[in-house]
Design a protein around this ligand. Structure first.
Ligand SMILES: Nc1nc2c(ncn2[C@@H]2O[C@H](COP(=O)(O)OP(=O)(O)O)[C@@H](O)[C@H]2O)c(=O)[nH]1
Ligand SMILES: [Mg+2]
Length: 330
């Protein structure tokens, strides 16, 4: 990507990476084109954006074709972020969801017991993170909606079955299968430098069933066969081994901050219900979450927090910090 892309451009680009319907994609591409700094260094990107926009417009105009690329399965995002559990058969995706959330998908030692994405909420301190169980991906089969889910996820946990001799190969199959598509896994989420249609989603490698006897040898094999660059968390989903470091890393990877809102006449904010926004987001993003009217009629806010004096008066562009208390005035 050319240097000097603005924050607005990068935001639009991220929305595009996550867009799940052609309508949404078109909207994001138009935004990207508008926000793209126009100079020699961005000529190629400008051309690519224009080409993609006209292609999408044509697709959308063709009768019966609209929505063709949307998968049909959409999960409403909930909580501070959305994390997708991905892996081969019996890798323990459903078991991990059961252990970390109140959701109760079927856990069974036979393949394809999970057919549809199954969400649950994982508590972390005072926030909730959405975890989504999915059907297994194999070399022969991947549900059509999986690519959309992977692209729109904040993080993917790639589970590996250390309880079976096939586990390592199954993990490699997932990666090989995705390599045939434009949806890939990587250390960081991004769009490809040379092809903005090619998306990477941030991934942790999660070898599971470390409680079983042959797990250590299989783990060695995994590291030899796929020297993957993902951060690794070795766990037992069933026994609950090493889940705390994983839970913490999941939350940290979302890179969000918590903000508590209070009304002017209240002494205390609502500490039970923090709003979460991206680190580096401004107060206006918080206002947007609380109520759309707040953004339109926003005058100023008072903030209590670690980086400001109590009750400091700020404008909408104030960058919120973790655990700030804000009082919006309109
Ligand atoms: N020993 C052991 N078995 C596990 C563990 N996690 C899952 N299992 C078992 O592995 C099988 C498949 O688990 P499941 O969560 O249904 O796998 P999925 O196909 O990836 O959803 C089930 O019989 C689970 O009880 C674990 O950490 N240790
Ligand atoms: Mg399952």
């Amino acid at each position: 990507m050319p240097a000097n892309l603005t924050a607005q451009y990068l935001k639009a680009e991220e929305q595009y990476r996550r867009a799940q319907s052609p309508d949404e994609q078109l909207h994001c591409l138009q935004l990207m084109l508008r926000e793209l700094p126009k100079h020699k260094g961005t000529d190629k990107l400008q051309a690519e954006l224009k080409q993609k926009i006209s292609k999408l417009k044509k697709e959308l105009a063709a009768p019966g074709k609209a929505g063709k690329r949307s998968s049909g399965v959409r999960l409403p995002r909930q909580g501070a972020g959305s994390v997708l559990l991905l892996g081969g058969v019996n890798s323990g995706k459903s078991q991990l969801l059961v252990t970390l959330t109140q959701a109760r998908p079927e856990v069974a030692p036979y393949p394809f017991s999970t057919r549809e994405p199954f969400p649950g909420m994982m508590p972390w301190e005072d926030v909730m993170v959405q975890l989504v169980d999915t059907p297994p991906v194999t070399m022969d089969y991947m549900e059509s909606y999986m690519q959309g889910l992977i692209r729109s996820a904040d993080l993917v946990l790639l589970l590996v079955d250390l309880g079976s001799d096939d586990g390592v190969e199954q993990c490699q199959d997932v990666l090989d299968k995705l390599a045939t598509t434009k949806t890939r896994l990587a250390r960081q989420s991004s769009l490809d430098e040379n092809d903005i249609g090619l998306s990477y989603t941030k991934t942790f490698l999660v070898p599971n069933k470390v409680d079983l006897p042959e797990a250590p040898e299989r783990l060695e094999l995994l590291r030899e066969l796929c020297p993957l660059e993902f951060p690794e968390f070795v766990i037992s989903a069933q026994q609950g081994t090493q889940l705390e470091p994983l839970r913490d890393a999941i939350y940290q990877s979302l890179d969000v901050v918590r903000v508590y809102s209070k009304l002017p006449h209240q002494k205390e904010p609502d500490y039970d219900r923090p709003f979460t926004v991206r680190r580096g987001d401004s107060l206006l993003e918080v206002a947007q979450q609380i109520h759309k009217d707040y953004v339109q009629n926003f005058k100023f806010a008072r903030v209590w927090g670690s980086q400001v004096h109590d009750g400091t008066i700020v404008k909408g562009d104030y960058l919120v910090n973790d655990r700030d208390v804000v009082e919006l005035h309109q």
